[in-house]
Design a protein around this ligand. Structure first.
Ligand code: GLV
Ligand code: GLV
Length: 333
């Protein structure tokens, strides 16, 4: 039997490559740190049955129309704003993601950013390395803000939002949230209080964003929302950069409208080397690494590989994000 063809846009962990190679003829983009060039993606997708892209690969109608044989797009990410879902569904292409597995790792990172910016850890580290630590101790040296006992506002109480709530409970934080869906079960389980979005922004000492990027959440946090926040509050973003209007955020940070921010995601990635954010001390920046632990990235690769193989074998994948596709092209059972 002829094996199906699969294209992978970056070398993954060997365990995952083995699964793919067992079931398919696999070709992989050879780049190590760089994304696949668009033109190459368009040519490579031409005769493949399955595509395994990264969140940096824009999979739009042009890619899907070049990939006439495509049956499955298995995103190596939980977020799938890089894929035109409606177009995939119309064309009978199954789209899958990697939810659940990266929840705790991402929440760990969000909490690390919160702690780092509150207690000015990177700033203090730079101070020592720059050989500027001259006076042994001072009552006001790098004084930051408490985390314990403060109010954490969670926007988006999904899996990751809930996982950060669990961490915050250990720090005796007061927890408020807003979500498009009220979650009374989680309110009881996690001790979180439902509030309007504006009320969350007004009350919280730390606001952490855990919504997907959609037309509704694009620039959900801009000048108006930042102005509602307390002057001594911090914004943490590990979701998608465009959930925040980055220019407005820069101005708010520069002008002391809010106290600081911990950011893992940006409107454009990589962040421009000219970004004014780089000139601010009250921001901690990481390059979209929230799910980046060896354990989680390996599990994500295994999940992406097995989702892809399932569809190629006519089986229901574990993590289908466009269930409407079943009507357009039913899997053989
Ligand atoms: C990472 O940002 C992901 O969506 O998996
Ligand atoms: C997504 O929200 C996840 O937790 O995987």
């Amino acid at each position: 039997m002829v094996k199906p063809k699969v294209y992978v846009t970056r070398q993954l962990f060997p365990e995952a490559m083995e699964i793919l190679e067992h079931h398919a003829d696999v070709e992989v983009f050879e780049g190590v740190d760089n994304s696949i060039p668009r033109a190459l993606l368009l040519s490579k997708v031409r005769d493949v049955d399955g595509l395994l892209p990264l969140l940096t690969d824009k999979i739009d109608t042009e890619v899907m129309d070049a990939g006439r044989e495509l049956k499955v797009i298995s995103n190596y990410a939980v977020g799938y704003n890089n894929i035109d879902l409606e177009a995939a569904t119309e064309r009978g292409i199954y789209v899958t993601n990697t939810p659940g597995i990266l929840t705790d790792t991402t929440a760990d990172c969000a909490f690390a950013l919160l702690m780092a910016v509150a207690r000015r850890i990177p700033e203090a580290d730079h101070h020592i390395r720059a050989k500027r630590w001259i006076h042994a101790w001072g009552p006001k040296m790098f004084i930051g803000s408490d985390v314990h006992g403060k109010t954490l506002g969670i926007l988006g109480l999904g899996r990751i939002g809930s996982a950060i709530a669990k961490r915050a409970r250990g720090f005796d934080m007061r927890l408020v949230y807003n979500d498009v869906r009220r979650r009374e079960d989680l309110e009881r389980e996690l001790g979180v209080m439902y509030k309007s979005r504006d009320q969350v922004l007004r009350e919280a000492d730390y606001v952490s964003l855990h919504v997907p990027l959609t037309p509704e959440t694009h620039h959900m946090i801009g000048a108006k929302e930042l102005a509602m926040m307390k002057e001594n509050a911090f914004l943490i973003n590990t979701s998608r950069g465009s959930v925040v209007d980055e220019e407005d955020l820069y101005e708010a940070l520069r002008d002391g409208v809010i106290a600081g921010a911990g950011l893992d995601v940006f409107e454009e990635e990589p962040l421009s080397h000219d970004s004014p954010l780089l000139g601010l001390d009250n921001v901690v920046l990481t390059p979209h690494i929230a799910s980046g632990s060896i354990e989680t990235r390996t599990r994500m690769a295994l999940t992406a590989a097995s989702n892809l193989v399932s569809v190629l074998q006519g089986r229901e994948p574990l993590n289908l994000v466009n269930p409407g596709v079943r009507k357009v092209r039913p899997l053989r059972t």
